[in-house]
Design a protein around this ligand. Structure first.
Ligand SMILES: C[S@@+](CC[C@H](N)C(=O)[O-])C[C@H]1O[C@@H](n2cnc3c(N)ncnc32)[C@H](O)[C@@H]1O
Length: 309
């Protein structure tokens, strides 16, 4: 079951005749529910960087015929992809960020330390940079910065030094072992595998997940009709902070620093926030799908000329 599905449908509110974009279509779980809700003639454009995911999505969504269009690409390219597919002005856009279960559960994709695989972690098989390039090629200080900045790993310098000492590393299993040996053992019920944070950091760096997010959100927003909805699910605090700040800024008329006596930016709100606080999965969903635990959903609506927030 896709993460926060009832909440996605409530806030995206798909209806007959509507045009929707799933900017991270993955295996098509959310897309299928959106298409079912906008019958008989609503249409959906599904975008994903991952060709493998798109193959699965195409099979799962085949019953919807030409009501669904799938495109390979990064969602920061959403405007060009949408225009080319005839989706200029749309009623709703969904981002369900992060990795899919297909990616996590395929050892050969190298996302998970649960299975041994090559150090890959590329969402797009067409991309050049892989985790092996970073692990084996980046200077120690840059490696440490990535592990600290994207993994929030307090022992980032130790981890980076250990990685450099053990180069070259070839598999997720080797990397996980090096990280585990570099980080002191945590205690208590909440402890997670010490390799988790480093793997998250590398994955984010390989796929430019955080650096491209503001650009993707801005581009998506430009495709929304007045009243069109933007729904974003983030899976870790760094990602959610970017979404929260972006939406908050777009929901404000002036974004000048508070010390300025009067507005010089001329910024005008383009969005109305629909969720003041992020929505989280309930206990039942978290139990049924442990990966949903960290999900946070935020939604906003595009303002039209003369609309008030
Ligand atoms: C959490 S999964 C989406 C699952 C999907 N909602 C479903 O119900 O099956 C995230 C998907 O987004 C893709 N993805 C992540 N960031 C992307 C980006 N910046 N551009 C394009 N695709 C991206 C990943 O390849 C992955 O397939």
């Amino acid at each position: 079951m896709p993460v926060l599905l009832p909440e996605v449908l409530e806030w995206l509110a798909p209806r007959a005749g509507g045009r929707y974009i799933d900017a991270t279509v993955g295996l098509g779980g959310h897309a299928r529910a959106i298409l079912a809700m906008c019958e008989p003639d609503g249409r959906l454009l599904g975008i994903d960087a991952d060709d493998q995911a798109l193959t699965v999505a195409a099979e799962r969504l085949a019953t919807y015929g030409d009501r669904v269009v799938l495109r390979q690409g990064w969602n920061r390219e959403i405007v060009a992809l949408a225009q080319e597919a005839g989706f200029d002005q749309v009623d709703g856009i969904l981002f369900d960020l992060g990795v899919s279960s297909l990616q996590l559960d395929s050892p050969e994709r190298g996302f998970s330390f649960g299975h041994d695989g090559p150090l890959d972690m590329r969402m797009s098989q067409r991309a050049d940079l892989s985790a092996a390039d970073i692990v084996n090629g980046w200077p120690e200080s840059e490696l440490a910065d990535v592990i600290y900045g994207y993994g929030e790993e307090r022992y980032s310098r130790r981890v980076a030094a250990a990685i450099v000492r053990h180069r070259p590393l070839h598999t997720t299993g080797e990397l996980a072992e090096v990280v585990r040996r570099a980080v002191p053992v945590a205690r208590g019920p909440q402890r997670i595998d010490p390799a988790t944070r480093t793997f998250q950091a590398l994955r984010i760096a390989v796929n430019a997940e955080l650096s491209s997010l503001p650009q993707a959100l801005k581009a998506a927003q430009s495709l929304l009709k007045p009243g069109g909805r933007l729904v974003v699910i983030a899976f870790h605090s760094l990602e959610d902070r970017i979404v929260k700040q972006y939406l908050a800024q777009e929901a404000r008329d002036c974004i000048c620093p508070p010390r300025l006596p009067q507005c010089v930016c001329g910024h005008q709100a383009t969005l109305r926030l629909l969720t003041r606080k992020p929505l989280r999965p309930g206990e039942a969903e978290q139990r049924a799908n442990p990966r949903s635990r960290s999900a946070r959903l935020r939604a906003a609506e595009r303002l039209g000329a003369g609309d008030t927030r």
